[in-house]
Design a protein around this ligand. Sequence first.
Ligand code: GLU
Length: 273
Amino acid sequence: MKKGFMLLAMILTVVTAAAAFAAPPANTLAAIKKKGVLVAGVKDSLPPFGYVDEKTRTIVGYDIDFVRAIAKRLGVRVELKAVTSASRMPQLEEGNIDIIAATMTNTPERAKQIAFSDTYFRTGQAFITRKGMVHSLKDLAGKRIGTAKGSTSEQNVKAALPTATILSFDDYPQALLALEQGKVQAVTTDEAILAGILAKAPNRNQFEIPPFKISDEPYGLGMRKNDKQLVAFVNKTLLAMEKSGEAARIFDKWFGPRTPFGLHRTFKIVAGK
Ligand code: GLU
C-alpha cells in the first residue's frame, strides 16, 4: 500500500515536472487548431487595452478584440492569461501562451528573440505628473519617476533622463499609486496607457499628461521566432481587418470620438511594417 502510494507520488512528480518544462509545439498554428483554443498573454489592469470589466468580470479591451478576431478566423475559442511587461516574453518562450497581445512595442532588440506581427497600434512614451508641475522634459531632471519592469518605457526614460531616479514596479497601476502617495513625481509609459489609467483614476483632476513624447512605440503581437505559419496567419488576418474596416471599428470602440479619449486613428495596418 505504502509502496503503491510512493510510486503514485513519484509518477505525479515526473508528470508535473514534464508539464512544467513542456517544450512549445513545433507548429503552434496546427497545435492551436488541434486543441481548439488560442491562449493569449494579455494585460489585465490597463484600460482600454486589457482590463477586467466590472460587470462581466472578464478581461476586455483593444488587445483582446484583436485576439478574438484572430481566434474567430481560426475557429477556436480564446483563453486569456494575464502577463506583466517583464513576464510576457518568458511566458511565450516557455510555451505557456501562444501569442502576446499586451501593449508590446516591436523593437529591434526584442525582435532578435521573438517574432512580431505587423503594427496594430501606435503610440509614444509620455509622462503623468501633478498638474502644472512639468512643462518640458528638463523639468523632470533629477526627479523620481515610476514605470514598469521589463518595459521599453524603463529603458527609454533612463536614456532620456540620466539624472532621474527610476523606480520600476510590476505594473503601471502600482506606479500610479506611488505618484498619488508622493513617492515619485511622475509616471512614464506609452501615452495611450497613461490616458487609460488617468481616465479611471478617482482623483484624475489633480494630474495631467504634459504634451511631449520621448519615443515612438509601434505595437506588435508577439509570437515565437520559429512560428512562421502563425505569424503569416496573424498578419493576413490583420490586413483583412484593415481592409474590411474591422480594425478601425475596434480603434473607435476603445479610443474614438465617443470615448473619453476622443481620438482619430492616424495609422493603418500595413503589410511588412
Ligand atoms: N509598449 C511598451 C513596452 O512594450 C510599454 C508598455 C508595456 O510595458 O507594456 O514595453
